[in-house]
Design a protein around this ligand. Structure first.
Ligand code: GRF
Length: 206
């Protein structure tokens, strides 16, 4: 369902600070022309990302996996809310719940994720947030970066859409490296990927 201006209705799923959500919001009208961010959903009610959504006047909903008693009930409620808002594209922006194979199959090629490494490096189960950068520093890589990929039933295993390399510098801590990867890669790639996929969906609505 397109919104009144012929754009793809897009939901952003978050769990934390929401800097990737902020990058998407600030890219509207600059990089993003064919997607409208019409909903933000968090699995954690105190995620600052929800404040960012509210400040932008976007419906911001928290769905607690714990309160609902598990992933199945969580995904049922998530699907209900997505349908209520007539969502067509989902963006995982720092979203830390692994979605079930049934859910990802239902949204095949309609869920994007940003991973803070150059997949297939430092990805998959247990590689999220700072752990990714700790592993990169422990391995001694000189280059890392970020990847945007479609989400399928394999954690970080879906088709790769965009990647951008970032230099690892002597003396980097995980926190310093995370920030550089965000600034130089994540916040650039994710808006670009949202625009590319939304424009493709409009060009070929199949
Ligand atoms: C960051 O480590 C990002 O790489 C990953 O999730 C974490 C939080 O991102 N995707 P955000 O600030 O909540 O967007």
């Amino acid at each position: 369902m397109l919104n009144e201006r012929g754009k793809i209705r897009t939901a952003v799923l978050v769990s934390g600070g929401g800097t990737n959500l902020q990058a998407i919001l600030e890219a509207r009208g600059e990089v993003i022309h064919h997607a409208e961010i019409t909903l933000v959903v968090s699995n954690r009610k105190n995620a600052y990302a929800l404040e960012r959504a509210k400040a932008a006047g976007i419906p911001a909903i928290a769905i607690s996996l714990k309160a609902l008693g598990g992933r199945e009930a969580f995904e049922r409620e998530l699907q209900r809310v997505l349908e209520l808002h007539k969502i067509e594209l989902i963006v995982l922006a720092g979203f830390l719940t692994i979605l079930s194979p049934a859910f990802t199959r239902r949204w095949d090629h309609r869920i994007l994720n940003i991973h803070p490494a150059l997949i297939p490096s430092f990805c998959g189960k247990d590689y999220y947030g700072l752990h990714v950068h700790e592993a990169a520093l422990a391995r001694g890589v000189k280059v890392t970066g970020a990847t945007v990929h479609f989400v399928n039933e394999i954690p970080d295993g879906g088709e790769i859409l965009l990647q951008k390399a970032v230099e690892v510098l002597p003396g980097d801590t995980p926190e310093v490296l995370q920030r550089r990867v965000m600034e130089q890669a994540e916040w650039i790639l994710l808006p670009k990927a949202v625009e590319t996929v939304a424009a493709d969906m409009l060009a070929d609505p199949s």
